[in-house]
Design a protein around this ligand. Structure first.
Ligand code: SF4
Ligand code: SF4
Length: 375
């Protein structure tokens, strides 16, 4: 059996659904596109993953010869209704940047160990343009919503690549849009018009981006009020442009078994607990699902405050009042915004009172704006 066949069979054996292989050449089309849109993507270009450098894999690994790319189908079980619309399915499935001690983090480690056992040197920390790699290897096509789609799985997939120093047998590309003629359901459904043309997303307008990239060290922690109102109850990720997609309907309607872990999380999960989390809630209900991009509690609390504001239920006012005393300015600011959004005489009185004792200028500004909005 050839090395290529052994590698592909091993990948399928450990749970990947598709495997493809391409030469480890550069990706000039990706570099050109990213450079052209560098204003939108500056946060990413400057990030430690250095995508423009990684787009030339041999600049990081001079011995690189091949890229093995895999599809993992993360929608093999049901997602609880209580979490849909709050947490993106990919995060519920715990496969995004999973730590090695968890099953979805262990799989890439198993793959690397196998490749090493087969005599390959394996590249580390090479952040490849995964969708383009997978399309070049013929295992996905593009959707106009920017997601990659795999046959029989739709876009609920997670792509992982491995760079190795061995020449292997290469696959034929499918770098093309696989959508039905004339469909633009994703673009129409996006609440913020973040998809400004097919295959073009402005991340600054994307709800998913705003839930987790708006951190001081990346893109600043401010979320534009216009975007906040369109976030609905989404606290980590957004699936709307995938949910409306005809290419995903079979997968969404499929009858699957429950994920017992998610059933337990969903039973305990609430936005008010996310707003004012206990240590236990934070470590057992937030971290396992959403601890990939966000690592600081205050951002989860901010996102919960926005969600509660958008829900507009006066029953949540007491929890938001507690958050007005949070030690973090960010949390106090967004709790004030949420109270302004909920409105009502009680919320107004509380904001007026808190304004007098508030010492942070940025929080005071949010309170003022909330009060103006309440009339
Ligand atoms: S993830 Fe949500 S906000 Fe982002 S493009 Fe899709 S629908 Fe729009
Ligand atoms: S909604 Fe339509 S255009 Fe958008 S990705 Fe799906 S099939 Fe393509």
């Amino acid at each position: 059996m050839s090395l290529t066949t052994q590698i592909k069979e091993f990948a399928l054996d450990i749970g990947y659904s598709k495997v493809g292989i391409i030469p480890a050449d550069s990706f000039p089309e990706y570099m050109a596109d990213l450079t052209k849109r560098q204003e939108m993507y500056s946060f990413y270009i400057k990030s430690p993953s250095r995508p423009l450098v990684a787009a030339e894999p041999r600049s990081l690994m001079p011995t690189a010869k091949s890229i093995i790319t895999t599809v993992y189908d993360y929608a093999q079980k049901n997602f609880p209704q209580e979490l849909i619309g709050k947490i993106g399915r990919i995060y519920q499935a715990r496969c995004y940047n999973a730590p090695p001690e968890r099953i979805n983090g262990a799989r890439p480690e198993l793959m690397k160990n196998f490749l090493r056992k087969m005599g390959c040197q394996v590249g580390e920390k090479i952040s490849l343009p995964e969708r383009l790699v997978a399309a070049k290897a013929g295992i996905v096509t593009y959707g106009r919503n920017n997601f990659a789609y795999a046959e029989g799985m739709g876009s609920f997939i997670y792509l992982t690549s491995f760079v190795v120093d061995k020449e292997l047998e290469y696959d034929k590309p499918t770098v093309e849009i696989g959508c039905p003629e004339g469909c633009s359901a994703c673009m129409k459904a996006c609440p913020t018009q973040a998809i400004y043309e097919p295959l073009k997303l402005d991340p600054r307008r994307c709800i998913a981006f705003n839930t987790f990239m708006t951190q001081e060290r990346i893109a600043g922690s401010h979320i534009d009020p216009e975007i906040r109102t369109k976030m609905g109850t989404k606290v980590h990720g957004c699936d709307i442009c995938q949910e409306v997609c005809p290419r995903n309907q079979a997968k969404l309607k499929a009858n699957r078994s429950d994920d017992e872990f998610l059933v337990k999380v969903a039973r305990d999960f609430s936005l008010t607990q996310m707003l004012n989390p206990t240590d236990e809630f934070y470590s057992t209900r937030i971290q396992p699902l959403m601890y990939n991009y966000l690592r600081e509690k205050k951002y989860f609390q901010r996102n919960a405050a926005i969600a509660l504001g958008n829900l507009g239920d006066p029953a949540n006012v007491p929890d938001l009042v507690i958050a007005l005393d949070d030690p973090e300015e960010l949390v106090r600011s967004y709790a004030a915004w949420a109270l302004g959004k909920i409105g009502g005489r009680g919320a107004k009185q509380i904001l007026e009172e808190k304004f007098k004792g508030e010492t942070s200028e940025s929080v005071k500004l949010e309170i003022q704006e909330a009060l103006v909005g309440m009339g």
